[in-house]
Write a protein that binds this ligand. Structure first.
Ligand code: MHF
Ligand SMILES: O=c1ccn([C@H]2C[C@H](O)[C@@H](COP(=O)(O)O)O2)c(=O)[nH]1
Length: 317
């Protein structure tokens, strides 16, 4: 096993062995533990799992979207990235303007009722086309509220001024590397209600020593089968981008968890993944001199990625 896949498999096994059953907001049910930490050394390659295919394009376009300060799913849809659709769709079908078929609890109903699933898919397709084609509609219903991108790039203070936390942290890493205050937080208590989903990867800190840059993330809630493979690769990519911006070598990504859970309908998928052996970890390449603030998905490439087939599993909404 390569170190990265091994750390992830260890977390899955720990939850299977020690996890307590716990009901959850989505009504799916989880096996859950509280508190865990993994460490990924960038000198061993890029931590994208090889025991299932991880869709790099999805996490890379999502990270570029955060860095741009964008909170509207239109940008993601232009890359055919569908990972945030359900949360925008939910706001649309709960609005007064929506007059289509009843979509209450669509996430769970689509899993249990094939006839409903077809109706839901049709409504979702209509919604996506409208976001892409109708600017006014996209502005109103494509926006997820003050989620990650907004908090990272334009945290609004009580006096109405905006703080660009990401630019500030890059400046502080450059100018005052020994600081213990290299922090970005997406957890903005006064704006939680205006978010489609409160931030899961909520708070991160950089650390500089001996020309090397490390990053630690606190993730308050973690869907270990579907979300975490994305979160690991996404923050590893962020570490590479910030290190490059500050002329430092990327070192460790430390991933710290609060509630780390496996959804009860992911158990078969997890067991399939655990039965697989890993390949060598891939590498990341950034083919551009652009600043990280202007970086585009097309500038970033994962090379030498060998993987086992993708494993499909339902997302809890
Ligand atoms: N329950 C839950 N888990 C999450 O990981 C999660 C949320 N909700 N809500 C907000 C975002 C959206 N994220 C998502 C959403 C969907 C996938 C997903 O379905 N991934 C699949 C296939 C992706 C595709 O084909 O487009 C995968 O196998 O990785 C992953 C992360 C991460 N977050
Ligand atoms: O980047 C992400 C975003 C979300 N998740 C998961 C963690 C939970 O399963 C849900 C969020 O539900 P809450 O009730 O708000 O905790 O989404 C993730 O793993 N990674």
């Amino acid at each position: 096993m390569n170190h990265f896949d091994a750390a992830y498999h260890e977390l899955l096994e720990k939850i299977l062995n020690e996890g307590q059953y716990k009901d959850d907001r989505t009504g799916t049910g989880t096996y859950s533990i509280f508190g865990h930490q993994m460490r990924f050394d960038m000198r061993n390659g890029f931590p994208m799992l090889t025991t299932k295919k991880v869709l790099f394009k999805m996490l890379a376009t999502e990270l570029v979207w955060f860095i741009r300060g964008d909170t509207n799913i239109k940008f993601l849809l232009q890359y055919n990235n569908n990972i945030w659709n359900e949360w925008a769709f939910k706001k649309w079908v709960e609005s007064d303007e929506y007059t289509g078929p009843d979509m209450t609890d669509f996430g769970n109903r689509a899993l249990q009722d094939d006839a409903f699933k077809e109706i839901y898919k049709k409504e979702m397709d209509k919604f996506k086309s409208r976001i892409l084609e109708d600017d006014a509609f996209a502005e109103k219903y494509g926006d997820l509220g003050n989620v990650y991108g907004r908090q990272w790039r334009a945290w609004e203070g009580p006096d109405g001024t905006f703080t660009d936390q990401l630019k500030n942290v890059v400046e502080s890493i450059r100018n005052n590397p020994n600081s213990r205050r290299h922090i970005v937080t997406a957890w903005n208590p006064s704006e939680i209600d205006s978010m489609a989903l409160p931030p899961c990867h909520a708070f991160f800190q950089f650390y500089v020593n001996d020309g090397k840059l490390s990053l630690q993330l606190y993730q308050r809630s973690a869907d270990v089968f579907l979300g975490v493979p994305f979160n690991i690769a996404s923050y590893a990519l962020l570490l590479h981008l910030v290190a490059r911006e500050c002329n430092l070598e990327p070192a460790d990504f430390v991933h710290t968890f609060g509630d780390a859970h496996i959804y009860s309908n992911h158990l078969d998928a997890v067991n399939t993944q655990l039965s697989r052996d890993s390949y060598k970890a891939p590498n990341i390449r950034i083919n551009s001199d652009k600043s990280m603030f202007d970086i585009e998905y097309e500038d970033i490439e994962v090379v030498d990625y060998e993987f086992h087939p993708h494993i499909k599993a339902p997302i809890a909404v």
